[in-house]
Design a protein around this ligand. Structure first.
Ligand SMILES: C[S@@+](CC[C@H](N)C(=O)[O-])C[C@H]1O[C@@H](n2cnc3c(N)ncnc32)[C@H](O)[C@@H]1O
Length: 299
C-alpha cells in the first residue's frame, strides 16, 4: 500500500474540499439524487451518456468499453417478448443501447426522483419511472424477465433489501445482472487508515460505506430465492478506466484555478467526484475493493 502517496493526495484534496465534512455527508436517496443533479455536468463532460466503468480486454481504455456491461446484459435478452427493468439507469445509456437493438422488447428504466431523470429522451419502447429500488412495489410482483443494475446498488444502505425487491418483481426463472464495486473485507477488518481512505473514495460519489462487503452478496441472493449464482471479479478489466479517471482527477487538482472556477460557477460540490477518481486506483491496488459482475436466476 502506497500510504505516503495516498496521504499526499489527501492533503492536496484537503485544500479544496473539507474531507471530514465529506465523510459526514449523508447518503440517503434524496442526497444521492441531489448529488447527481449537481454533478451531471461533470459526468457528461468526462463520461458521456454512461456513468460507469468501461470493461477493457487489452489493458487500454477504448470508448466502446463503456458499452460492455450492456452487451453482457444483452446475452439474457431473447427473441420471445420480454419485460426488462434497469434499476438506477442514470442517463439511460445502457437501456437506450439495448432498447434500440431490441425494438420488440419492452424496457422500463428506474432512477431516483430529484435528479432530473425524466428529462432523458427515451426510445419508444422504454418507459421512464422515478422511484427508489429499495421499494419496487410500484411494479407488480413476478412481472419482469430480466432486472439489471450497473454501478447503482452500491448506493443502497441495505443490499439485501434491494435484492429482495428485485426478487419480488422478477418472474420465476428471470435473471438478475449486477455490475458494481464492493469491499473485499468487512470494514471492521480494515485498518484505520484503510477505512478512512476507502470511505473518502466512496464519499466523493456519495456512495455509502454501509453493507459493501462482497462476501454477503451470495448470502442475500440465496436467502431471497436465487440460484445459479455467479460472481465474477472483473477488476482487471476496469483498470484502464480507473487510470483514465485518475489522470482526469489529477488534472483537476493540479489546475487549482480550473477547479475553483468550476466550484464557483457551477456548485461547490460539482467536482467532488474528482476525490474518488484520484483514490480509486489505490483501493483496488491495495485489494480493498474489487469490481464484480454478478448473475443470478430466480428459482
Ligand atoms: C453511477 S450512476 C450509474 C447510472 C447507470 N446505471 C449507468 O450505468 O450509466 C448511479 C445511478 O444510480 C442511481 N441511484 C442511486 N440510488 C438509487 C436508488 N435508491 N434507487 C434508484 N436509483 C438510484 C443514481 O441516481 C444514479 O443515476
Amino acid at each position: 500500500m502506497q500510504e505516503q502517496e495516498i496521504e499526499d493526495r489527501l492533503r492536496i484534496m484537503g485544500n479544496f474540499f473539507d474531507l471530514d465534512a465529506l465523510l459526514e455527508a449523508r447518503t440517503d436517496p434524496e442526497d444521492v439524487g441531489r448529488y447527481y443533479r449537481l454533478s451531471d455536468f461533470a459526468y457528461r463532460l468526462f463520461m458521456g451518456r454512461t456513468i460507469h466503468m468501461g470493461l477493457s480486454d487489452d489493458g487500454f481504455y477504448h470508448k466502446e468499453d463503456l458499452l460492455k456491461p450492456a452487451q453482457f446484459v444483452e446475452r439474457y435478452i431473447g427473441t420471445e417478448p420480454m419485460n426488462i427493468l434497469e434499476v438506477g439507469a442514470g442517463r439511460i445509456g445502457n437501456t437506450r443501447y439495448l432498447a434500440k437493438r431490441h425494438p420488440e422488447q419492452h424496457f422500463t428504466a428506474l432512477d431516483l426522483p430529484g435528479r432530473g431523470f425524466l428529462k432523458n429522451r427515451a426510445p419508444r419502447n422504454v418507459k421512464l419511472v422515478e422511484g427508489d429500488y429499495s421499494d419496487l412495489s410500484l411494479f407488480p410482483e413476478n412481472s419482469f424477465d430480466l432486472v439489471y443494475g450497473v454501478e447503482t446498488i452500491c448506493y443502497a444502505h441495505s443490499k439485501e433489501r434491494v435484492i429482495a425487491e428485485c426478487s419480488k418483481v422478477l418472474k420465476p426463472g428471470g435473471w438478475l445482472v449486477i455490475f458494481d464495486g464492493y469491499n473485499t473485507k468487512p470494514q471492521e477488518q480494515m485498518t484505520e487508515f484503510e477505512r478512512r481512505f476507502t470511505s473518502i473514495a466512496c464519499a466523493g460519489m456519495r456512495v455509502t460505506t454501509k453493507d459493501q462487503y462482497i462476501g454477503n452478496i451470495p448470502l442475500y441472493l440465496e436467502k431471497h430465492g436465487f440460484g445459479d449464482i455467479e460472481i465474477c471479479d472483473v477488476t482487471q478489466q476496469i483498470r484502464p478506466t480507473l487510470r483514465r479517471l485518475d489522470r482526469v482527477a489529477c488534472y483537476a487538482f493540479m489546475h487549482p484555478r480550473f477547479l475553483r472556477f468550476c466550484q464557483r460557477h457551477f456548485a461547490p460540490d460539482v467536482m467532488i467526484n474528482a476525490v474518488s477518481g484520484w483514490l480509486m486506483l489505490f483501493t483496488v491496488d491495495g485489494h480493498l475493493q474489487e469490481y464484480d459482475r454478478i448473475v443470478a436466476r430466480k428459482k
